[in-house]
Design a protein around this ligand. Structure first.
Ligand code: G4P
Length: 531
């Protein structure tokens, strides 16, 4: 690489924030912004959340800085680092997109509601983190409310998610009796202060726990005795801190706090930046790509259409994996085999768009996409020609047959459903012998069915009827030379193909999958399709 951008790149920390809806992800993100100057926000999508937050105190900050905290990618600086947060949408727009966003992150922050513990959505997203072996940092939130027993919470994370936990700090009480946290490294108590009205972390006091008198005065003798007991138990039971295991995604550091009252957020941020890695090397078809040693390259992880009704456009989000991006340079779109200039590379500030001049490995840029890009595509320098590993297609869990009501609008229907599938919001399949007249659509979250119907009607003027199918399991057939006619499964099994012509099978239940495996020796089935 001509110039050395190591320093800029090593400042980057790119993480996805995951949680079950209402655990406090938005609130925590808002507080992060307080600590760092917000630099850029990309992909702002105004939805219900914004309307809700419009009444909150934070709206003033949003207005002042001209940003919206509901953006899907957000950049801010803190402690000499440049931090990119990738938001993973909650249940309302839950789709494969959520999973794919995790592909663009180097680590994940998991927010858990202390009174609820591990919830369904966390579990799903977590599985993807584990598959990618990315480090996971846990923030247990809402300690200002009544919370579950701390040991029980940790136990639940370990059992449900199958990852060892290592509390970095420990809560002292909860709800009305929340007194603060105990920092294990410095063996000190950090007293709780409700800073809801203020901006940054308030007047907390740090008291070494050995200062008996002072500690008891701050949190009360009973709480202190209790804390000592818990710490003794914890020291005996928990896994020792091991940065290597954290970075390998096998141990999650756990922090406690209250995002709403802004307690424990800065402690978390500081520790996170120390423990999380700068952009990591990534696998490509010609070997491992080092972020600092190779010139510009990126891959598309998300495509979003009609972000702005007035523009009726499509934006492709790219994660830069190596080198420096300069808006004036030409790049190669590997899959399209074309050299082009990325059109209007942008970071989007609330409703206003800002063109980026430069960005580095670890950053996310959105580029105007006239329909050139697909999810998983690579862009690199014109002289190079390599491709990043494809993004796996996650197994949809709900299926429906799509019927078009007005057969005269065949063309619009095919165009619409193909484009929506290209964006990754849905997956489409066909009967083995049929063409586009028989389409089966598969989704990860049922809400995507409504989104599909709505978008086809509003954007493509096509009405459809969806007929739910009973299948819940999908498997791609990995055997290259499979004789599909000779394949015998259970009576409920259905043979279909994806849009690339790859054969696959649908099953009603897991038992049928096993049965089919038993009946067809040598059959290799996979839960993930490759692009
Ligand atoms: P999400 O993005 O994960 O869906 O959650 P969000 O931050 O929107 O928080 C969900 C609700 O939980 C909000 O209340 C928020 O104020 C509250 N909350 C977040 N963190 C804490 C915390 O540390 N302590 C307490 N007590 N509450 C917290 P809401 O009533 O739904 O909305 P709002 O009117 O407060 O905005």
């Amino acid at each position: 690489m001509g110039k050395d951008y190591t320093e800029e790149i090593n400042k980057r920390r790119t993480f996805a924030i995951i949680s079950h809806p209402d655990a406090g992800k938005t609130t925590l993100t808002e507080k992060f912004l307080l600590y760092g100057g917000a630099i850029n926000l990309a992909g702002s999508v105004k939805g219900k959340a914004t309307a809700r937050h419009a009444v909150s105190d934070w709206m003033e900050i949003e207005k002042e800085r001209g940003i919206s905290v509901t953006s899907s990618v957000l950049q801010f600086s803190y402690g000499g680092c440049c931090i990119n947060i990738l938001d993973t949408p909650g249940h309302q727009d839950f789709s494969e997109d959520t999973y794919r966003t995790l592909m663009a992150a180097d680590s994940a922050v998991m927010v858990i509601d202390a009174s609820k513990g591990v919830e369904a959505q966390t579990r799903k997203l977590f599985k993807v983190c584990v598959m990618r072996r990315i480090p996971i940092f846990t923030f247990i939130n809402k300690l200002d409310r009544d919370a579950n027993d701390t040991f029980a919470l940790l136990d639940e994370i370990e059992k449900e998610l199958g990852i060892a936990t290592c509390p970095v700090n420990w809560p002292i009480g909860c709800g009305k009796n929340f007194k603060g946290v105990y920092d294990r490294k410095t063996e000190s108590i950090i007293t709780y202060e409700d800073t809801r009205k203020g901006t940054k972390e308030g007047e907390t006091t740090v008291i070494p726990v050995c200062e008996e008198g002072q500690a008891a005065a701050a949190i009360g003798q009973e709480a202190l005795d209790n804390l000592r007991e818990e710490i003794e138990l914890l020291d005996g039971a928990s896994a020792p801190f091991d940065l290597e295991l954290v970075r390998a995604g096998e141990l999650t550091p756990v922090f406690f706090g209250s995002a709403l009252t802004n307690f424990g957020v800065e402690i978390f941020l500081r520790n996170f930046l120390e423990m999380a890695t700068p952009p990591l090397p990534r696998k490509a078809d010609d070997g491992i790509v080092s972020p600092t040693e190779r010139e510009f390259s990126a891959f598309v992880f998300k495509i979003q259409a009609n972000m702005n009704k007035a523009h009726r456009d499509r934006v492709a989000f790219m994660r830069i994996c190596s080198g420096r991006f300069d808006a004036s340079m030409e790049v190669r779109h590997v899959q399209g085999n074309k050299v082009l200039r990325l059109s209007q590379p942008q970071q989007i500030m609330a409703s206003e768009r800002k063109i980026v001049d430069e960005a580095y490995a670890g950053d996310i840029i959105g580029v105007f996409d006239p329909g050139t890009f697909s999810i998983g595509d690579t862009v690199c320098m014109p002289k190079e020609r390599f491709a990043y590993e494809g993004i796996p297609t996650f197994a949809p869990e709900h299926f429906a047959r799509v019927r078009q009501l007005d057969t005269m609008k065949r063309k619009q229907f095919v165009k619409g459903i193909t484009q929506i599938a290209q964006e990754g919001a849905i997956q489409i399949f066909q009967e083995l012998s049929a063409g586009m007249e028989e389409i089966i659509v598969g989704v990860v979250g049922v809400l995507q069915f409504d989104v599909l119907k709505y978008r086809l009607e509003n954007e493509y003027n096509v009405e459809i009827r969806l007929e739910n199918l009973p299948y819940e399991h999908i498997r791609w057939i990995e055997n290259k030379d499979i004789d599909l006619d000779g394949l015998t499964g259970t009576s409920d099994m259905k043979k279909i193909k994806d849009m690339k012509g790859n054969p696959l099978l649908l099953f009603v239940n897991a038992w049928s999958v096993g049965m089919t495996m038993d009946r067809n020796e040598g059959l290799i089935l996979s839960e993930f399709g490759r692009d």
